[in-house]
Write a protein that binds this ligand. Structure first.
Ligand SMILES: [Zn+2]
Length: 287
């Protein structure tokens, strides 16, 4: 399966989807699905068949940008001229019990094995805007293994294309752990290590932006970051539920990872090393 990420890349599909497809090849779950632009459909089907998978169901969908989050929304019919035609392809392991296409379309999360709490959170109105708001502002003790926010800044993450109900959901963690193990066998080790590092790097909210820092270190109560390693996005683009916050302090999203070993002093100052080697100092609050 080592060549799967490159094969997908060669037809214009992001490498991270190798985990979704690889999980079915490896028998971690019986089936998966892909949403892709219609022009990639035939090439993707060929790859799925090469790996011994069965094409179980498919349908045409229309992709519209979601004005409330940065994601796209897929609809089964659409009058909007700006929508583009996409395709939903369900694929399954040859030993999986076949399921009627209508059932798959109606109970997507259930047939992909998502935990009930996470399925329920996707069924509310403006689900993605609410989830991203929760991930950034209200979750506590987040698991780095579920760091879906890393996809805002990087193409590859070590989890399937799935939105947990929160970044501290233990059922979602149990669902995702086998994908982390699989990732070690699918991605080259340098890519696995780099991706894990990106999922564990500090994420801050400064003013109206969310910022990911690849170069950082902590010394006592100071988190020092390099301005050249920053990747930023406007929070309004990620969740329309965001109202401008107080800008006098930065927020540091707390994850359970080696950035915060047990009993270590929590940083309360952010030092940003600027281009000219000067330092910008901002109060830091844990969130
Ligand atoms: Zn959940």
């Amino acid at each position: 399966m080592k060549d799967l990420p490159d094969k997908l890349n060669s037809i214009g599909v992001e490498r991270r989807f190798a985990l979704d497809i690889g999980s079915v090849i490896a028998g971690i779950r019986p089936r998966g699905l892909m949403h892709i632009p219609v022009e990639q459909k035939n090439s993707l089907e060929q790859i799925l068949i090469q790996y011994g998978l069965i094409i179980e169901a498919q349908r045409a969908l229309y992709r519209q940008n979601d004005s409330n989050s940065r994601e796209g929304i897929l609809l089964d019919s659409c009058d909007d001229d700006s929508a583009t035609e996409w395709c939903e392809i369900w694929y399954s392991h040859p030993t999986a019990t076949r399921v009627n296409a209508e059932k798959l379309f109606l109970n997507t999360g259930e047939f992909l094995g998502y935990p009930p709490c996470c399925r329920k959170s996707m069924q509310t109105e403006n689900a993605l805007a609410k989830l991203f708001y929760r991930y950034i502002f209200t979750d506590k003790d987040r698991f780095w293994e579920l760091n879906r926010l890393a996809t805002i800044f990087h193409h590859t993450i070590l989890m399937p294309d799935f939105f947990p109900c929160s970044l501290s959901c233990s059922s979602a963690l149990s669902y995702v752990i086998p994908f982390h193990d699989l990732a070690k066998g699918i991605f080259p080790s340098y890519e696995y290590i780099k991706t894990k590092k990106q999922m564990c790097s500090p994420i801050t909210v400064i003013g109206d932006e969310i910022v990911h820092w690849s170069k950082w270190h902590i010394e006592e109560s100071i988190l020092e970051v390099d301005v050249n390693s920053a990747k930023k996005e406007k929070i309004k683009k990620i969740t329309a539920l965001y109202q401008n916050n107080d800008t006098s302090s930065a927020l540091l999203l707390s994850f359970r990872n080696n950035l915060f070993p047990q009993n270590q002093i929590r940083p309360n100052q952010l030092h940003i090393i600027l281009q000219d080697n000067n330092i910008a100092n901002i109060n830091l609050l844990l969130c």
